[in-house]
Design a protein around this ligand. Structure first.
Ligand code: PLP
Length: 391
């Protein structure tokens, strides 16, 4: 017999990159795969198994819709928030050229918006890039100043994935509407972290992801308001699924998983919030006496599960190395020659050096107080170790 040593898992503080699937979600997903289960194509009209699979998809559609105050008919399944962002931006701009060729967005959007806007620019659309303030948010005054007669769409994220900063999407949507434009928000990091209601907040298009909210990776949705003005051109053509907006056989297990995950987020919102607020306080308190720790996250207007911190005088990559047993993220991009600091941190005015000394810690439903305490010990040890090195 071979003996195996159980490897110590790193403490996972990278929930903003992805969250584990909730065991209750995984259990639901396993019902729609094998031969003795409901594996049929939800688009099959010719037999009962197809109708039953369709019912599973429709229930999940309702669960996702209920979480954001939408009608189930307004949910279009996609492969994730990346595809939802592509469909919202490209699909809307291409279908509404006669309304205007101008799009307003910000410099610190997720790459799935930034790179999509750049692709639109190369197609002849015009983009205005708003620079958020140090607190990572765009103001209504900034947006108002950028609006033009030919602005067709405004796309501003609800919660920033690196900073945790919260935009006032209701106020920003109101400005877009005042100028006759449509408002899209990337809410991948917002679900379960801030109250979302597409009716009250007057959102026209909203991108959602399964895996940031304890659902599976590879599934997401775009909320598309039912209104004659909100028309989208499909990016993926085929069988005409999802009312022609997104063709492709629906993955029943993925969709049922996302539905269950969102239903749990909806039901357990208060418990999740209380748990995370508690962890955040514990984490901040544990670092309070450490010199030279600067919060890039605007603590008074951010979700409590994301903490982006700069450690003055310490290189982020070295800190990452010293923190092998804690899974966190830097947001910087490695090239062969050098390390580029996070464009989001640079975008909110964090100096280059400090941006390179920054790490993003993010917590979730399954993070324990023990995880936090253990991580604090490792961080304090790593920081003091790196600071005593001759520089
Ligand atoms: C993770 C994330 C995405 C991408 O979502 P996928 O479902 O992984 O495609 C988009 N926007 C934000 C803000 C995110 O955090």
């Amino acid at each position: 017999m071979t003996t195996t040593t159980t490897p110590l898992l790193p403490i996972y503080l990278d929930y903003a990159a992805t969250a584990p699937v909730d065991a209750r979600v995984a259990e639901v997903m396993q019902r729609y795969l094998t031969v003795d289960q409901l594996f049929a194509n939800p688009a099959s009209r010719s037999h009962m198994l197809g109708w039953q699979a369709e019912q599973v998809v429709e229930q999940a559609r309702r669960q996702v819709a209920d979480t954001i105050g939408a009608d189930p008919r307004e949910i279009v399944w996609t492969s994730g928030a990346t595809e939802a962002n592509n469909l919202a931006l490209i699909g809307y701009m291409r279908a509404n050229r006669e309304r205007g060729m101008h799009l307003v967005t910000s410099t610190i959007e997720h790459k799935a918006v930034v790179d999509t806007a750049l692709a639109l620019e190369s197609e002849g659309f015009e983009i205005t890039w708003l620079t958020p303030g140090q607190d990572g948010t765009v103001t209504t005054e900034q947006l108002r100043a950028a609006m033009r007669d030919d602005t067709a769409l405004v796309s501003l994220m609800a919660v920033n994935n690196e900073l945790g900063s919260i935009n006032d999407i209701a106020a920003l949507a109101a400005i877009a509407h005042e100028f006759g434009a449509v408002f899209h928000t990337d809410a991948a990091q917002a679900v379960g972290r801030i109250p979302l209601n597409v009716v009250a907040q007057e959102i026209d298009l909203m991108s959602l992801s399964g895996h940031k909210s304890y659902g599976p990776k590879g599934v997401g949705a775009l909320y598309v308001k039912r209104h004659p003005d909100i028309r989208l051109e499909a990016l993926i053509h085929g069988g005409g699924h999802e009312r022609g907006m997104r063709s492709g056989t629906l993955p029943t297990h993925q969709i049922a998983g996302m539905g269950e995950a969102f239903a749990l987020i909806h039901k357990e919102y208060a418990e999740d919030q209380a748990h995370i607020a508690n962890l955040q306080q514990r984490f901040l308190a544990g670092l309070a006496d450490l010199d030279g720790v600067v919060a890039n996250t605007p603590l008074d207007r951010a979700v409590p599960n994301i903490l982006n911190l700069a450690f003055e005088g310490i290189d982020g990559e070295s800190l990452l190395m010293a923190l092998r047993d804690v899974a966190v993220s830097t947001g910087s991009a490695c090239n062969s020659a050098s390390v580029d600091p996070s464009y989001v941190l640079l975008g909110v005015g964090v100096p280059r050096g400090l941006a390179l000394s920054s790490l993003r810690f993010s917590f979730g439903r399954f993070t324990t107080q023990n995880d936090i305490d253990h991580a604090l010990t490792l961080i304090r040890h790593a920081v003091s170790g790196l600071r005593t090195l001759p520089r």
